[in-house]
Write a protein that binds this ligand. Structure first.
Ligand SMILES: Nc1ncnc2c1ncn2[C@@H]1O[C@H](COP(=O)(O)OP(=O)(O)O)[C@@H](O)[C@H]1O
Ligand SMILES: [Mg+2]
Length: 407
């Protein structure tokens, strides 16, 4: 019997179609439900789905559950999967309604609410930043006194570093307050210094089946707040080092503390100048920014199918060997308007040779993208090399010397 898997919003965001295809390729009968018209789904999604139900109000759980009950299909669901941050708690509602295994409401809440997440992890002895939850501006001031400066203010259920602010002093907090919107609930955290990494894992009942560590250079927050920076992500090859073994232990402890049943997770963590590992956050979905492709290029395998094996069978049938460090450099053009010219492209191709995996830059004449709203910015370069020092030098070169100009 083929397992029947329902995916919520199966065409979005960018890499989700490949995860959906992974399910179909690994033997599942895949159904989709979402608010996009069927014709707007990517062809990869459409080909993988056996049926698609379009609903008007995807995020209204009772109406979604009702629509699913009335959907005329001679099938019984075995699983529901969410691959997008915005559908994680929705998927838990659907699982409870249909009595299906997987992430349920309580745990989904821990993954979505940064305050609840930290409380559970704190009790499990995980090193968190000092934190406090604040509702409205008066509580925000009190939370800042408790946490102390420098600190971070962010919305409770954020994603993609939107609306995350570093605040260095009480005066800076007062200056920020008018832009915050007074009735929101915030989380205030000790500002953690140091390097930032991810820990992305396929796991089943607390056992890690595959993991990948990606280094952000500079930190996500710096990349998201300075336009001139070319953010550099690097999926690392050699994870058998003292630091990355500690990161593995942290990641596993976090998954166990949150009682994550299985699938793919995306965690962020810091390594401080005092050699401490501090938990950042974790999401019950794949990493964004095309990290799936970077993992594939690191191991010459298919992480989407490995994920499908993880959820369908609780094990991975492929042999996985890390062969490369894979770097991705995001480029932002200088100037406004349309891309006018590109500098350094031919030199880059010559220098990188076989190490160059792929480039995708906006063509001359295309309007610039809004760098605040898209991680991909005005284009990117993917490269790989077995030696981390070489891969890092190449990535730095592209960050500094490949230049896009707009006018
Ligand atoms: N307590 C903190 N100390 C230092 N940097 C932080 C802290 N919290 C968040 N950041 C920075 O802000 C970014 C976004 O915050 P995060 O908690 O990951 O929210 P989001 O859900 O928006 O990704 C992080 O990737 C990190 O660079
Ligand atoms: Mg984050």
């Amino acid at each position: 019997m083929r397992p029947v898997v329902l995916v919520l919003q199966p065409g979005f965001p960018a890499e989700v179609p490949y995860y959906v295809r992974g399910l179909a390729r690994r033997g599942a009968l895949v159904l989709g439900v979402g608010d996009m018209p069927e014709g707007a789904l990517s062809p990869v999604t459409r080909e993988a789905l056996s049926a698609y139900l379009r609903v008007d109000r995807l995020f209204d759980a009772p109406s979604l559950i009702d629509a699913l009950r009335r959907w005329d299909l001679p099938l019984k669901l075995d699983r529901v999967e969410a691959l997008w941050e915005m559908t994680v708690d929705l998927s838990a509602e659907v699982r409870e309604a249909f009595r299906l295994p997987g992430l349920h409401n309580t745990q989904a809440g821990w993954f979505r609410d940064k305050d609840a997440m930290r409380q559970v992890l704190e009790r499990a002895g995980i090193r968190n930043p000092r934190f406090a939850r604040a509702r409205g501006i008066d509580e925000l001031r009190a939370a800042a006194r408790h946490v102390r400066f420098p600190l971070i203010v962010k919305p409770l259920a954020g994603a993609g570093s939107a609306n995350t602010h570093r605040v260095d002093s009480p005066a800076a907090l007062e200056a920020l307050i008018p832009s915050l919107g007074g009735h929101t609930t915030f989380i205030v955290e000790e500002f953690v210094r140091g390097d930032e990494y991810t820990f992305d894992a396929l796991s089943h009942q607390g056992e890690i089946l595959f993991h990948s560590i990606l280094r952000y250079r500079p930190t996500m927050l710096e990349s998201r707040s300075q336009e001139w920076i070319s953010p550099q992500n690097m999926v690392l090859r050699d994870l058998d080092t003292p630091l990355y073994r500690r990161a593995y232990a942290l990641g596993r402890d976090v998954l166990r503390a949150l009682r994550y049943p299985g699938g793919i997770t995306h965690m962020e963590w810091f390594h401080t100048p005092e050699d401490e590992l501090v938990f950042g956050e974790i999401a019950a979905r794949p990493p964004g920014g095309m990290t799936g492709e970077l993992m594939n290029r690191a191991c010459d395998f298919d992480v989407y199918e490995a994920w499908a094996d993880t959820v369908l069978r609780g094990r991975i049938d492929q042999r996985i060997e890390r062969r490369y460090n894979v770097g991705m450099v995001f480029k932002r053009a200088q100037g406004q308007g349309r891309i006018a010219h590109v500098e350094g492209y031919e030199t880059m191709r010559r220098m990188l040779g076989d190490a160059l995996v792929r480039t995708d830059l906006l063509p001359i004449g295309a309007p610039r993208r809004d760098w605040k709203n898209t991680l991909l910015s005005d284009g990117y370069v993917i490269l790989r090399h077995p030696d981390l020092r070489v891969a890092t030098e190449m990535s730095s070169w592209v960050a500094e010397n490949l230049r896009l100009y707009a006018r």
